[in-house]
Design a protein around this ligand. Structure first.
Ligand code: UT7
Length: 329
């Protein structure tokens, strides 16, 4: 028995926020943003739309790509830290939007930017346990809603998008397709490096919270950067080893698109060439849980990933949390 990826989809808002746009809002420049992050523009979802709209579009595309209809889906999981509302789950809204049958489980999973790799392990294990056959795993975030457009250290980094995959249990796998090994880890002692302090149960919405701008994302970029590089290197090595592979066996390493310098540093430490590490951060910015599935969808649609290729997905985010999944496409 194995769990394979049988379709991919993505949704990115048409409206873009360029570095020039941001330079009109805060004291920054295209030169600084490109040199320090590699980002040139990021999608911005207009007000009136929400994470579930992006998630629905990405999921619909993934179903088409898998040659499936809504009735084939047994489970929907949306990885997000920017749900439409605190409740209901974004996954339930996707189910409603796609007209998927009313009895299946739908839930959200929040591990911020690491959400998608956490979702890969959780859904893999749920399918392998035998209760469900086909799942929609969606990474979707509207990060621009969490940006403080007075804080130049964070607002230049993030964008909005959703990516989706169809995961399917294959009872009689032909060849060796499917997920081979997953790892997910967290260190809650580092909870305060990336946080949105207000709006939850600790600091519920109040006029004071808004004046303190606590409903926006705050990040210690420098410390996060150092930890992210080391954690993603280590989890990549561990996961590849547990898959029984060598790093040189991997055809594509799909790393969370937070910052080109982080991606380059991880690739260098792992001894990977640029051709092994696809990159779209220049056009997308950091789209949190959407980053890996959007890039997987791009690689799949462009014909860059072929059946039988070995793929390693590596994520990192608030928690701090991180993880990786090794799979044969
Ligand atoms: O997905 C979740 C995980 N998140 C991440 O992985 C993000 C990790 N961190 C980073 O990507 C980088 O740390 C940043 C891009 C956030 C910052 O880059 P950095 O090279 O670490 O810069 P820094 O924070 O050390 O700041 C260097 C200087 C500072 O000025 P001083 O103190 O040297 O005078 C900042 O105030 O750059 C300044 N600065 C800016 N200048 C122009 C910070 N942001 C900006 C800006 N424009 N947007």
């Amino acid at each position: 028995m194995s769990v394979v990826i049988s379709g991919t989809g993505a949704a990115v808002p048409q409206e873009k926020l360029t570095n020039a746009d941001l330079a009109e809002l805060v004291d920054t420049s295209d030169e600084w943003i490109v040199t320090r992050t590699g980002i040139r523009e990021r999608g911005k979802l207009p007000l009136g739309q929400a994470t579930s709209d992006l998630a629905t579009e990405a999921a619909a595309q993934a179903l088409i790509s898998a040659g499936m209809s809504a009735d084939d889906v047994d489970l929907i999981v949306v990885c997000t830290c920017t749900p439409d509302m605190t409740m209901p789950s974004t996954a339930a809204l996707v189910q409603r939007n796609l007209g998927i049958k009313a009895t299946i489980p739908c839930y959200d999973l929040n591990s911020a930017c690491a959400g998608f790799v956490v979702g890969l392990e959780v859904v893999h294990d749920q399918l392998l346990a035998g209760r469900y056959r086909r799942a929609l795993l969606i990474g979707a975030d509207t990060m621009t809603r969490l940006m403080d457009y007075e804080d130049r250290t964070t607002c230049v980094l993030f964008g909005d998008a959703a990516g989706a995959i169809v995961m399917e249990r294959d009872d009689e796998p032909s060849g060796h397709r499917g997920i081979v090994a997953t790892t997910i880890q967290a260190d809650g002692r580092l909870w305060d490096l990336i946080q949105v302090p207000g709006g939850g149960s600790l600091k519920p919405p109040s006029p004071y919270m808004f004046t303190q701008r606590e409903h926006y994302l705050r990040m210690n970029g420098r410390q996060t950067f150092k930890f992210a590089v080391q954690a993603m290197e280590q989890v990549s090595r561990d996961t590849v080893e547990r898959a029984g592979w060598k790093l040189s066996d991997v055809d594509h390493v799909v790393v969370h698109q937070a910052n080109l310098r982080i991606i380059d540093a991880v690739a260098e430490r792992l001894g990977l060439g640029r051709e092994t590490v696809p990159i779209n951060v220049a056009r997308m910015g950091n789209t949190s849980a959407a980053s890996i599935p959007v890039l997987l969808d791009e690689c799949h649609r462009e014909g860059r990933i072929h059946a039988g290729d070995r793929v390693l997905c590596v994520g990192f985010g608030s928690g701090l949390s991180w993880g990786a999944a090794a799979l044969v496409w």
